[in-house]
Design a protein around this ligand. Structure first.
Ligand code: SF4
Ligand code: SF4
Length: 408
């Protein structure tokens, strides 16, 4: 029987459909079959997933975090509404191209604590280069209108822009466009790594330098590329720890429309012969030996062992590594991205020094979290428990024992 909590899983990426109303040029599984319900999650997989959500809640009194994926998850909005209502889920979100969001959906998101992670590539020129409909038609107007709705649902939602070598020179303009739309957070992610040259990274760096001025004028605007580097500079180096990369396959799994289980949404497929297939939820079991094998495969790559940037860098997406030849392969593009982002982040921190900006606020939160974790660890390691605490534990254990015997 699958017990996600016991496996350490706190987050599931769930494919609600393989269909999408866009045909982005960089999409890794574009399927322009919007009206085709055979592309949606199978009813029995949806039912099983609801059971797993309820099981997690029963075992932990907490909600499993669900990120609805696709294709475009809103193509199967009916399925999302049904799953949220049937499970009472309150910890969920979706990565969406925004085009199918409507004003009348806002109450559903608000009442059920749903959030939207917005796929939008910045200014219209940069966006329409890749995020298009079949035949190359522009999607900008629909997406900009959807962004307004996503921001009404959650004013702090993040705009996730995909950067390609051809639109990298529009990076600064894109952040301004995102701010004008009302966003206060942006994650500017580079993909298609093998096509990036030194000249492209030079442009990336120049654009980030322009963003330093922007960020000094707008100290409340969060840019993930800067924050990842800033946090790394303020975090102890982890050269001797086993890397968990982005968390895929450690605290997170993904489920495809036919119930196949994978480390994350970048791996999902209905074809179970693909690497790192981990079972199918319809059989109510995960291949634990395979999952452990996946987790134990990660080591610190040789070239990262002496790297100064190791605390900021998660060594990139494991699926990209896999395509490069193995889970521990890291692309040159990952190093270039980290090196350029960190270099400019240092300049930014000097310019922002002494001001109450978004990064120092977030760093204070991050440090407090670390300190509290450290204190808890110290307490469990060193300090003998007081009699009062011991009595509470005995009482808790007897109530829990009674509860378990009643429910088994
Ligand atoms: S919106 Fe997403 S799923 Fe659809 S084509 Fe674009 S990248 Fe692919
Ligand atoms: S920047 Fe490159 S060498 Fe350094 S930790 Fe990241 S992947 Fe490894």
């Amino acid at each position: 029987m699958i017990d996600l909590h016991r496996l350490g899983i706190r987050h599931v990426d769930l494919d609600m459909t393989n269909a999408c109303n866009f045909q982005c040029r960089y999409c890794y599984h574009s399927n322009n079959l919007v009206g085709d319900p055979s592309q949606h999650i199978l009813p029995e997989v949806k039912g099983k997933m609801e059971e797993l959500i309820m099981r997690f809640k029963k075992n932990t009194s907490k909600d499993l975090n669900i990120a609805f994926f696709g294709g475009e998850p809103m193509v199967n909005f009916k399925g999302i509404v049904s799953m949220v209502e049937r499970t009472g889920l309150r910890n969920w979100g979706m990565t969406s191209n925004l085009s199918l969001l409507r004003e009348e959906m806002i109450p559903f998101f608000r009442e059920n604590h749903g959030s939207v992670h917005c796929s939008i590539d910045g200014c219209q020129e940069a966006h329409d280069m890749y995020r298009v409909k079949a035949g190359g038609a522009s999607t900008w107007n629909e997406v900009a209108r959807g962004a307004m709705i996503a921001l009404k649902i959650n004013p702090n939602c993040t705009a996730r822009a995909t950067l390609m070598p051809n639109n990298i020179g529009l990076l600064y303009k894109s952040v301004i466009a995102l701010k004008d739309l009302g966003f206060t957070k942006a994650a500017l992610m580079t993909v298609n790594e093998e096509t990036w040259t030194k000249a492209h990274w030079d442009i990336y760096e120049q654009e980030l330098i322009k963003l330093v001025d922007f960020n000094v004028k707008n100290p409340g605007f969060y840019i993930k590329n800067f924050y990842d580097s800033i946090r790394g500079m303020n975090t102890p180096k982890t050269h001797n720890k086993q890397p968990k990369r982005c968390g895929a396959g450690f605290s997170m799994l993904a489920v495809s429309t036919n119930g196949n289980v994978w480390p994350c949404h970048r791996f999902t497929s209905t074809d179970n012969t693909k690497p790192w297939y981990l079972g199918n939820i319809l059989e109510d079991k995960i291949d634990i030996a395979k999952l452990k094998e996946y987790q134990n495969s990660f080591v610190i790559p040789e070239k990262c062992k002496s790297c100064e940037l190791i605390s900021s860098c998660n060594m990139g997406c494991p699926n990209v590594s896999l395509n490069l030849g193995g889970l521990n392969e890291v692309s040159q593009a990952q190093c270039d991205y980290m090196e350029r982002s960190s270099k400019v982040a240092k300049i930014l921190m000097k310019r922002l020094s002494g001001t109450n900006n978004i990064y120092s606020k977030m760093m204070r939160g991050h440090r407090n979290q670390h300190r509290n974790r450290g204190r808890m660890k110290q307490r469990t390691n060193n300090k003998p428990r007081s009699q009062k605490v011991k009595n509470r534990i005995v009482k808790f254990n007897s109530i829990a024992g009674e509860f378990l015997s009643r429910n088994n």
